[in-house]
Ligand binder design. Sequence first.
Ligand code: KG4
Ligand code: ZN
Length: 346
Amino acid sequence: MKVLGIETSCDETGIAIYDTATQQLLADKLYSQVALHAEYGGVVPELASRDHIRKITPLIKEALQQAELALTDLDGIAYTSGPGLIGALMVGASVGRSLAWGLKIPAVAVHHMEGHLLAPMLESNPPVFPFVALLVSGGHTMLVDVKAIGDYRIMGESLDDAVGEAFDKTAKMLGLGYPGGPILAELATQGKADVYKFPRPMIRQGGLDFSYSGLKTFALTTWNKSDKTQQDKANIAHAFQEAVVDTLFIKCRRALDSLSDEGPDHQNGEKQRLVIAGGVGANTRLREKLAELDADIFFPRMQFCTDNGAMIAYAGAIRLQAGQTEEAVIQPQPRWSLEDLERPSL
Ligand code: KG4
Ligand code: ZN
């Protein structure tokens, strides 16, 4: 089954084609709107929607060319239906549904975070179920107990800012430009350790929830009290990133510990599995630190950490292959919990 994947939930237009027969990606195209939003220092929803409209059809054509396929060779369409910006989602949903209608093929509405969560399945050594997933993006921070595709239990999540959002806001405060996350991470490599010590929020109390808005304020206070040199900035970036990475590390360990009796066959040397996905999964320091956990760790390749069409094509292909059918309605869901998804009968 050749499935076209469409991602338009935020500021990236992602189009890909996944083939279930060969389990290969036949095409993968991405257009990032970063330059468009840069002058505003953040995503402007209306501009995002308009740019998706501009780019979606040319990108679909490019993807078909890359795969050497005609539209009529497609067997199904998967599009991100939520969560995300309503106008942006509307573009992908309308194009996806209409195309499927015209071609008389099935279409499936994909949950953006399920896409992220399944992105490591596109790699050469994919994780097997069950596993724990740490989803860290611009809009979400959560730990998920994943028993199977569609069987998700949220173990903990951010009570305020998502990790990516905290990176972006802190970067903006430090005048680092947009998008802040990767720029702040880069600057952190030049920072000296142990100059500043940031708090580790939500660690002393038990549980698996996160809170990141306080760290952003802490960074601002620290910056205002400093001499405001470039080195101070790098030191703050470093301390901020360490605090974020540390809290994620501690909560991942806690989540794995809480499930240590389930799943893997420890007697046969099997370890627990942890999947890291979402934009902040591209953070080198986070990848390095989480590798210290006593678990098998799975990351998607860098470009599949941030938004892309490939993860949507894959997630949709699995559901279409399982025979999931849906009413032909265009109804994106800007808010949509992972726990509301159903488990396809595979
Ligand atoms: O998953 P994603 O592409 O979009 C959403 O679904 O939100 O994640 C984007 C987020 C942004 O907040 C971006 O700053 C952050 O991921 N990000 C990073 C890095 N690369 C992207 N944060 C820290 N370090 C990075 N290297
Ligand atoms: Zn995302």
